[in-house]
Design a protein around this ligand. Structure first.
Ligand SMILES: NC(=O)C1=CN([C@@H]2O[C@H](COP(=O)(O)OP(=O)(O)OC[C@H]3O[C@@H](n4cnc5c(N)ncnc54)[C@H](O)[C@@H]3O)[C@@H](O)[C@H]2O)C=CC1
Ligand SMILES: O=C(O)C1=N[C@H](C(=O)O)C[C@H](O)C1
Length: 234
């Protein structure tokens, strides 16, 4: 498979290594100021760039018939436009705030736990995410996904960074050293707490999930999620 990398930073380089270890070719490494882009050899584009670059990168790929795997966070104000363009061009698209296979399962646990806990008014939920100090966005895309999934499966009406009001989920963001990404969902009562946590040990899991998604999307058209890739919708 011929893969084009949009964003050749920490994740772009990790995806290059994982892709090559699986026998794929990297046919383009697009970074800031790369100039004119030749889309002709691309079987798929994997975008891990920057919030203000992601939508243009994704749009360019759809305009040129290239399927897109998008991992960049912090650009979702334009998500609906990306979906509309993908549909107009009969393209193929997967966005995930976190491509780790473990986090895809963690998202399912979070939804199920939220449904059960919504029956008990003794517990209050809170979210914490910890990342490396170079991270640009806060809270993380993964924390936002977790919060949105809890809201969909409970009576919570929103989330807020740090100080949350009634009916809102408090989210705490910490930036510590080189932490690749740790997410904790905590339900506390006066007498106990229940916690689920995913901790990435390095970036390889994110990269592997993105490459598996790129392999899976070959020959398909439509908008998909990692649940489709792992066949968790059954
Ligand atoms: N969904 C997931 O599983 C994961 C998502 N991420 C997200 O991926 C993004 C990138 O993360 P990192 O690689 O750690 O960041 P990074 O800062 O190491 O790399 C980003 C790269 O994008 C480049 N860039 C800037 N403008 C560009 C443009 N117009 N076109 C192409 N490239 C451009 C930068 O020069 C840089 O090399 C972030 O939004 C991060 O939150 C990171 C890890 C996992
Ligand atoms: O910027 C990162 O590094 C990460 N970003 C994603 C996010 O915002 O959730 C995924 C992962 O936690 C690493």
């Amino acid at each position: 498979m011929n893969i084009a990398l949009f964003g050749y930073g920490k994740m772009g380089k990790m995806i290059e290594t994982v892709s090559q270890n699986k026998g794929h070719n990297i046919v383009a490494k697009i970074d800031v100021d790369s100039g004119d882009i030749d889309y002709s050899e691309m079987d798929v584009a994997i975008d891990f760039s920057m919030p203000d670059a992601a939508f243009d990168n994704i749009s360019g790929c759809f305009e040129n018939g290239v399927p897109v795997i998008s991992g960049t966070t912090g650009w979702l104000d334009n998500y609906d436009d990306a979906v509309a363009l993908c549909q107009e061009k009969n393209g193929a698209f997967i966005y995930a705030s976190n491509f780790s296979l473990g986090v895809t399962i963690f998202f399912e646990l979070n939804r199920y736990l939220a449904q059960m806990m919504s029956r008990l008014d003794q517990y209050r939920v809170s979210l914490e995410e910890i990342h490396h100090t170079q991270k640009l966005d806060a809270p993380s895309g993964t924390a936002i996904s977790l919060a949105e999934d809890i809201i969909e499966n409970s009576d919570y009406q929103g989330w807020k960074l740090d100080r949350a009001g009634d009916g809102e989920i408090p989210v705490t963001s910490k930036r510590i050293g080189d932490t690749p990404g740790t997410h904790t969902v905590n339900y506390g009562s006066k007498v106990d707490h229940i916690e689920i946590r995913h901790a990435a040990h390095n970036r390889e899991g994110f990269a592997l999930g993105a490459v598996i998604a790129a392999e899976w999307i070959q020959g398909k058209t439509g908008i998909f999620t990692m649940k489709d890739v792992l066949d968790l919708n059954r």
